[in-house]
Write a protein that binds this ligand. Structure first.
Ligand code: FAD
Length: 398
């Protein structure tokens, strides 16, 4: 394990910082957080700027159109863009951080050529159609059916909690191609498809969150025809492909946010000093200090994961190799990070005092949305099961 940066990596950091200092002041103001078409336009315009500067998909392999950067360079990229206050991936989240990497790892040459460049350029936005009303943590229970009809699948069913569905062009969709039976356990018979969101038979109905946002939606699929060529992986082998997607989702997708949380923590301490709560409340000081240690440890854990994977990654301990599939170590990170984020915004409520009732304050918006972090991308209980069974080797729950 080596947590230091090489000279070349520092050169890379310097060039990136110089580019950010040049382009960020010229960015238009960020759109209203509840304006999803506006956010899509903003996020994809930023993606196009990254693309033109050679920073798009930095961690994707070069033969998938990415930068072929080392995991450490990618980490530096996340660290510096966040520090400089650059936009985050936003609406490009699924395309850049899990559908894209899954297609890069599992897709055919034609599929990579068709789908990856538009993601990198910010031309096409993806969403994730995995969860269903009866299949969340127990994802393999999904029931959306796909029946083969010549060179198409005909898909019917419904999905729920589909983030960015309203503004997406494509959906990474899990369907059942083989009914569950004595001979077919539920983890078999699942297939990973790419579905056009404007295909006839797709209906999107937005859902409103506690914070008032329509960031996710229900999706109803009524005899949607999807070409067989838009299947990633073999028919009925979708569960294995899904594990690849989920390991990306839990592995690297939240890394940039740790930097943002550390910045927010500094702002909380400064605000507490200014409004007198720092001097008046020793328990709050202790709480902020403990959170500082927690986020420092999370950042070190991230660096450690990157350092391990850069060395080629054994896979056996859950770390992937280079861009390769990140492993179950991502569950440890996701578990602790999502809880620490909630604690951070609870502390923000303490710092704000009566202003914690002002819903327009961004910390209060973030406080409400932080509640979803221990549910989205696999709940904390599910991550604990993974850590217990696959890292600690404890007996299976059933
Ligand atoms: C903000 C947000 C965005 C999301 N975006 C998407 C998206 O874009 N696409 C998508 O497909 N899905 C998305 N989801 C859905 C998310 O993946 C599911 O909510 C999650 O997997 C949990 O499933 P569920 O809601 O059905 O809860 P359930 O699975 O019904 O779980 C209910 C409770 O039971 C617990 N539980 C369940 N099984 C076990 C077990 N075996 N052991 C211990 N405890 C257990 C859970 O931890 C939870 O506390 C999103 C969710 C959120 C909150």
């Amino acid at each position: 394990m080596d947590l230091t940066y090489t000279e070349d990596e520092e050169v890379f950091r310097g060039q990136l910082k110089a580019w950010l200092a040049k382009v960020l002041p010229a960015l238009p103001p960020a759109p209203d957080p509840l304006d999803w078409p506006g956010r899509r336009a903003y996020d994809t315009a930023w993606q196009r700027m990254l693309y033109e500067a050679g920073y798009a998909g930095l961690h994707w392999p070069a033969d998938a159109g990415g930068g072929g950067a080392t995991p450490t360079q990618h980490l530096i990229f996340l660290e510096e863009t966040e520090r400089a206050g650059a936009p985050y991936v936003g609406a490009n989240f699924v395309g850049l951080l899990h559908a894209g990497p899954t297609i890069a790892a599992e897709g055919t040459a034609e599929q990579r050529a068709r789908w990856l460049p538009p993601v990198l350029r910010g031309d096409e936005v993806w969403c994730q159609g995995f969860s269903e009303p009866g299949a969340g943590s127990d994802l393999a229970s999904l029931r959306t059916r796909a029946v083969r009809d010549g060179d198409h699948y005909v898909v019917s069913g419904s999905k729920i909690w589909t983030s960015h569905a309203e503004v997406a062009d494509w959906c990474e969709l899990l369907v059942r191609t083989e009914p569950v039976s004595d001979a077919v356990p539920k983890h078999r018979g699942i297939t990973w498809l790419a579905m056009r969101m404007d295909a006839p038979g797709v209906t999107v109905r937005p859902l409103r969150t506690l914070a008032g946002s329509t960031e996710f939606a229900e999706m109803f699929l009524d005899d949607v025809r999807i070409p067989v060529t838009d299947r990633v992986g073999a028919e009925n082998d979708g569960w294995r492909v899904t594990m690849v997607t989920l390991s990306f989702e839990r592995g690297t997708a939240f890394v940039g946010e740790v930097v943002a949380c550390r910045r927010t923590l500094g702002e909380l301490a400064r605000t507490a000093r200014d409004n007198g709560r720092w001097d008046a409340d020793p328990a709050l000081r202790r709480r902020l200090g403990r959170l500082g240690a927690e986020f420092a440890a999370l950042w070190r854990l991230t660096q450690w994961n990157v350092s391990e994977s850069q060395g080629g990654g054994s896979g056996a301990d859950g770390s992937g190799g280079g861009f390769g599939v990140p492993g179950i170590g991502g569950s440890v990170f996701k578990l602790r990070y999502s809880q620490a984020r909630q604690e951070l915004y609870e502390a923000a409520g303490e710092v704000l005092g009566p202003d914690a009732l002002d819903l327009a304050h961004p910390w209060n918006q973030d406080r409400l949305s932080s509640l979803s972090y221990t549910i989205a991308a696999g709940t904390s209980q599910i991550q604990q099961n993974i850590v217990a069974e696959r890292i600690l080797g404890l007996p299976k729950e059933r």
